[in-house]
Write a protein that binds this ligand. Structure first.
Ligand SMILES: [Zn+2]
Length: 452
C-alpha cells in the first residue's frame, strides 16, 4: 500500500523526493492485531466466486465456493464476512445450518468433517456490500465510485464481498466471475478466462492461481477500455477510468521497464500475469498492490508504480505470517523506490538515507514506532513503517555492502516465494547469506524505540 499525503510530504518529500520521480491452525495462532479475523481448524485451497453487481442499487448477488482442508475434526467452523445477507450454505452438497456473529458466518455441517479431509463450502449471499473503516481511520472493503465500485482489502476489507479466512497466511487460488451491465467493465486478479455477454450484461471471469492472501483480492467495476496485451513478456490486462486516462497512460507505459528492472534486482517476477487498474476515487487516497494487478485510486506517479510493483515480490509472493511483520512489505517496497531512483538518474538511496538521518529524534513521526514492532493495528501504515523501514535496509547495505545486501533480498524472494514468512526468519536469513552477526544491528534498526 502507498498512501498519498501523509507519507513523504510531512517529513521527507522536501528532503528526499528523488529527482525525476514525479511526484489458524497449530501453525496459525490468532492474528495479534486483528484477533477476530481468521478462523481455526482448516486451510483454504481455493475460492470461486460469482458476483453480479447492480450499480443503480449498489447491491450484489453472489455465490462463493470455498475448497478447504480440515486440519482437525470439525463439527463447526466459521468464515469471515462483513455485512450482507446469507441465504443458503451447503457443505459437500448438503444443506448446512448457519448463523451470523460479528463479521462471522458460523457453519455447522450436517455431519462433522474428519481431520485431514477436503471439503467444499457453498455460500449464497446478497445485499449492499459495505466499506470497512480501519483502526487508523483508513477506508477499505467495498468502495462505491461515480460509475461503479471497487474492492480493496488491506488489511480486512475482502470480507466485505467474499466469505473468507481473512488472514494473510492462508493463501489460496482465486477465480472470480463478475457480472455487470454491458456498458461497464469488471476486473479482478490474474488471467481473463473469458467474457460472456447476454441480456444487457457481461460476465468477466478472472483466475489467479496464486496462491494469494485474501487481502490482495481485487474487484474493479467501471467505465473504460480494457486493454489486453503483453508487458515484460507476460499477458497483461489494464483498465483505466476515462477521466484518468490521459495523465495515466504515459506513466503506465513504463511498467514493463519497472518490472524488468525489479526482476534484475529481486529475481524472476513471481506471477503469471501483469497489469494495472486506475480508478477514480479521490477520497480514498491510496494505491494497493493487489496481486498481479495493482489498483490506484488516482493517477499514479512512477515512484508509486515502482512501490506497488515491488510488493509483487515483497508482500504478495513472500507474504506475511502476521500483520505486525508489515516491515517486510512496506520497508522493502519503499527501499525499492529509492533504489529505482538511484539507478534512473535520481538521488541515490544513500543520499536519501543521509538526508533522513539528519532528521532529529524529536521528529517522532519518522522514528516511532520502530518498524519491526508497530505495537498496534493503528500503526500498521505509520510513516516509520515505510521510511524508517527503508532506512533499515539501506543501513544494512551500508553495513554489508551492496552486492551482499542485494543477494540477501534476492535469496529471500526465492526462499519464501509464494509462501509466508516473518521478520525473525529474515534476520536469520540475512546472517546466513552475509556470514555476519546482525542481531544487534537489527535490534537497533527494527526494534529499538527512538532514532536508531
Ligand atoms: Zn506499500
Amino acid at each position: 500500500m502507498k498512501r498519498l499525503g501523509i507519507l513523504l510530504i510531512a517529513v521527507a518529500a522536501v528532503l528526499v523526493a528523488p529527482a525525476g520521480a514525479g511526484a489458524a491452525s497449530k501453525e496459525r495462532p490468532r492474528e495479534p492485531f486483528f484477533p477476530r479475523a481468521g478462523n481455526v481448524g482448516y486451510d483454504v485451497t481455493s475460492y470461486e466466486a460469482e458476483l453480479a453487481f447492480a450499480p443503480k442499487t449498489g447491491r450484489i448477488e453472489a455465490t462463493a465456493q470455498i475448497e478447504a482442508r480440515a486440519e482437525q475434526r470439525l463439527s463447526r467452523f466459521s468464515l469471515d464476512l462483513h455485512g450482507l445477507r446469507v441465504t443458503a450454505v451447503e457443505v459437500d452438497g448438503e444443506r448446512a445450518r448457519f448463523n451470523r456473529g460479528r463479521d462471522k458466518l458460523k457453519i455447522e455441517p450436517r455431519t462433522p468433517l474428519p481431520a485431514g479431509s477436503g471439503f467444499l463450502v457453498e455460500v449464497r449471499y446478497e445485499g449492499k456490500p459495505r466499506t470497512v473503516v480501519d483502526p487508523d481511520g483508513g477506508r477499505e472493503g467495498w468502495v462505491p465510485t461515480y460509475d461503479g465500485a471497487f474492492a480493496v482489502g488491506e488489511p480486512l476489507g475482502t470480507m466485505a464481498w467474499l466469505p473468507c479466512n481473512n488472514v494473510p497466511n492462508d493463501k489460496a487460488s482465486f477465480e472470480v466471475a463478475l457480472t455487470v451491465p454491458s456498458r461497464l467493465k469488471a476486473v479482478s486478479n490474474g488471467r481473463l478466462l473469458g467474457i460472456e455477454r447476454g441480456g444487457g450484461r457481461s460476465s468477466y471471469t478472472w483466475r489467479e492461481p496464486g496462491p494469494m492472501s485474501p487481502y490482495l483480492a481485487l474487484v474493479d467495476i467501471g467505465r473504460g477500455e480494457l486493454r489486453g496485451g503483453r508487458i515484460a513478456g507476460r499477458p497483461s490486462w489494464t483498465l483505466i477510468d476515462p477521466l484518468q486516462e490521459k495523465l495515466t497512460l504515459p506513466v503506465l507505459a513504463k511498467l514493463g521497464e519497472v518490472i524488468r528492472f525489479e526482476e534484475r534486482v529481486f529475481g524472476p517476477y513471481p506471477f503469471e500475469t501483469v497489469g494495472s487498474v486506475v480508478d477514480f476515487e479521490p477520497s480514498l487516497g491510496y494505491a494497493l498492490e493487489t496481486q498481479s494487478r495493482p489498483i490506484y485510486a488516482f493517477v499514479p506517479d512512477l515512484t508509486t508504480v515502482v512501490h506497488e510493483t515491488a510488493h509483487q515480490w515483497f508482500g504478495n509472493s513472500v507474504g506475511l505470517q502476521r500483520w505486525p511483520n508489515i516491515w517486510l512489505n512496506e520497508g522493502f517496497a519503499t527501499w525499492a523506490q529509492w533504489y529505482y531512483a538511484e539507478k534512473h538518474d535520481g538521488r541515490s538511496a544513500r543520499e536519501i538515507f543521509r538526508a533522513l538521518y539528519r532528521v532529529p529524534a524529536s521528529v517522532e513521526e519518522l522514528w516511532e514506532p520502530p518498524s519491526g514492532h508497530p505495537g498496534t493495528a493503528r500503526n500498521l501504515f505509520a510513516t516509520s513503517t515505510y521510511v524508517r523501514g527503508a532506512m533499515a535496509l539501506e543501513a544494512l547495505r551500508i553495513k554489508v555492502g551492496t552486492k551482499p545486501m542485494l543477494r540477501v533480498l534476492r535469496r529471500w524472494a526465492a526462499a519464501h516465494a509464494l509462501a509466508n514468512a516473518n521478520i525473525e526468519q529474515f534476520i536469520a536469513h540475512a546472517e546466513r547469506v552475509t556470514g555476519e552477526n546482525l542481531g544487534p544491528f537489527f535490534q537497533r534498526w527494527l526494534y529499538k524505540r527512538g532514532k536508531p
